[in-house]
Design a protein around this ligand. Structure first.
Ligand code: PEP
Ligand code: MG
Length: 574
């Protein structure tokens, strides 16, 4: 059947490929009682699923993916062992026969029992192995329910494969970064969720907020994904397919043309120089920063160093990571944000789930509540500042007391390094993110105490409009053009300018070409964005005359009718 799905456009480009459905949460299983005559069949179904999972693991063991970690073999051996354990291989079988229940239910009950055993261990290593039990059972359940599992390693470089997931966490997606897919589709998510931000960096078409794609699409369906429009065409006919193949070629041609701008200075038509910096998640992102001609790193989201692992990175490991980026950028600015953990980026095994994580113990609040963690990171950052142009950026500041406390903390860490005679840049710049309306309104005070400011529009919009940026149900209300947002932006940019303090925008608005001219018109001279968006933004800058956009920008700023604002923006971008 041929039909169309509409979602939220996250990352442009056209992909044509086949759907691969992935699932992470199949552990919610139903319980039903079987008629006696079907029990043998159910046992056979269970045995077959177990055997197929065993073969799947054994095949992986024999043919590890190219980039597999050193522990891959040991990890598979452990999973094969768990699979063979009688809790998983025998007990569910007996339960099906005894209680006439379905295989999924029997497996789930036995898994819970095994997990409880593991939880009782005193040894932390053994306790953590409960996660392996869950993963193994998930695999068997997926075979039982006919749902394909995680991305098969062999398919991780399949450029015609389109990932379809209910949701993908930022931590999961960052692990997929080295692989290549044709496109990524998810039911949940919004344009500025961290998952979407990473997807943008993959330079892969991505559409989120599709609601029921996981249910409506079938494995191997032929799909056209129009990432810029947020449209998916399912099982298209030949005529449509040809049309999109043509559009795909045009898109690729445009991208190739943009590459010529790599070394061109970003200067407006009237000769004003604009800084275009890059946002990164990990030191491994440096090649893309260079390929796209960024003149600095405006936001290194250091918290990604802390994800997908049981042990936190110690001072040495962090120092090496920060130093590698500082040295790699050869004197260009490298703005490293202290970790912003606690909302949609949780540490593995974090026990406390806040009732409203975005408003909870997140970012600088978590840093100040966990001084040991913060001190370790600051020591690593300061030590790395000796090797390049490192700047430290503090996220989610909300008030002056918190800012003072943070600055005092940094001063104390510096004293500690002095006492140990460890070198660092004494004049290292400390900046603050303006992403809470309270901070935006107090820009004058923040500008006095900090060396630079960076506006996090993703959160600033979320908190100004009271819209959860990760929730697709309210994504339509997430509006960078809301007059309240524009006034806050104008206030911060103007306030920083008056105080003589550099200000940039590092939220997703900075890389969205629809807003480049508007931000320039509001006085912004420094942007930081996903490297994949940088050359497009440069082209926009090169074709903009600041005197020409001045009056239209002011008009937009003084209009409160949303329709009119959009009309004026179209004019500005024409
Ligand atoms: C922002 O909030 O705009 C920002 C850049 O930070 P993050 O997206 O990591 O919250
Ligand atoms: Mg933020």
């Amino acid at each position: 059947m041929n039909f169309t799905l509409h979602g939220i456009a996250v990352s442009g480009g056209i992909a044509i490929g086949h759907a691969h459905l992935i699932s992470h949460t199949s552990l919610e299983v139903a319980h039903y009682v079987l008629p006696k005559r079907l029990v043998d069949k159910e046992v056979a179904r269970f045995d077959a699923a177990l055997e197929s999972t065993r073969q799947e693991l054994a095949a992986l063991r024999a043919n590890p993916p190219q980039q597999a970690a050193a522990e891959f073999d040991a990890f598979l051996d452990l999973h094969l062992m768990i699979l063979a354990d009688e809790h998983i291989s025998r007990a569910p079988r007996e339960m099906i026969e005894r209680e006439q229940c379905n295989a999924e239910w029997a497996l789930k009950v036995q898994m819970d029992d095994m997990v409880a055993h593991f939880e009782a261990f005193e040894d932390a290593y053994l306790r953590e192995r409960k996660a392996d039990v869950v993963q193994v059972v998930e695999r068997v359940l997926k075979t039982l329910t006919g749902q394909p599992g995680h991305v098969p390693p062999a398919a991780r470089h399949d450029v015609s494969m389109i990932l379809v997931a209910h949701d993908v966490s930022p931590a999961d997606l960052i692990q997929l970064k080295p692989y290549q897919f044709a496109a990524i589709l998810t039911d949940l998510g919004s344009a500025t969720s961290h998952t979407s931000i990473i997807a943008r960096g993959l330079n892969t078409p991505c559409v989120v907020g599709l609601h029921h794609a996981r249910e409506l699409l079938r494995e191997n369906d032929l799909l056209i994904v129009d990432g810029a429009q947020g449209v998916i065409i399912v099982n298209p006919d030949k005529h449509i397919l040809d049309e999109y193949k043509l559009r795909q070629e045009q898109w690729e041609l445009e991208r190739q043309k943009l590459k010529r701008l790599k070394s061109t200075r970003a200067t407006t038509l009237d000769g004003t120089s604009i800084e275009l910096h890059a946002n990164i998640e990990l030191p491994q992102d440096l090649p893309e920063v260079k390929e796209n001609g960024a003149t600095g790193i405006g936001l290194f989201r250091s918290e990604f160093l802390f994800l997908n692992r049981d042990e936190l990175p110690d001072e040495e490991e962090q120092f090496e990571a920060y130093r590698a980026v500082a040295k790699g950028m050869k004197g260009l600015p490298v703005t490293i944000r202290t970790f912003d953990l606690g909302a949609d980026k949780q540490l593995s095994g974090a026990e406390r789930v806040a009732s409203n994580p975005a408003l909870g113990l997140r970012a600088i609040r978590l840093c100040l509540a966990e001084p040991q963690l913060f001190r370790t990171q600051l020591r690593a950052l300061l030590r790395a500042s000796h090797y390049g142009n490192v700047k430290i950026l503090v996220p989610m500041l909300s008030g002056v007391a918190e800012l003072n406390q943070t600055l005092q903390f940094i001063a104390a860490v510096k004293q500690g390094l002095d006492a140990e005679d460890l070198p660092y840049n004494r004049a290292v710049q400390i900046g603050g993110m303006i992403e809470i309306p309270a901070a935006a309104l107090m820009v004058n005070v923040f500008a006095k105490k900090l060396d630079f400011l960076s506006i996090g529009t993703n959160d600033l919009i979320q908190y100004t409009l009271a819209i959860d940026r990760t929730d697709e149900e309210v994504a339509h209300l997430y509006d960078p053009l809301h007059p309240a947002v524009l006034h806050l932006l104008a206030h911060v940019i103007g306030g920083a300018d008056k105080a003589g303090v550099p200000v940039s925008v590092c939220g997703e608005m900075a890389g969205d070409l629809a807003y480049t001219r508007l931000l320039l018109g509001l006085g912004l001279r420094q942007f930081s964005m996903n490297p994949a968006q940088l050359l497009g933004a440069k082209q926009r800058v090169l074709t903009t005359s600041l005197p020409e956009i001045a009056s239209l920008t002011q008009k937009i700023l003084h209009t409160d009718d949303p329709m009119k604002i959009r009309e004026l923006l179209d004019k500005l971008n024409a």
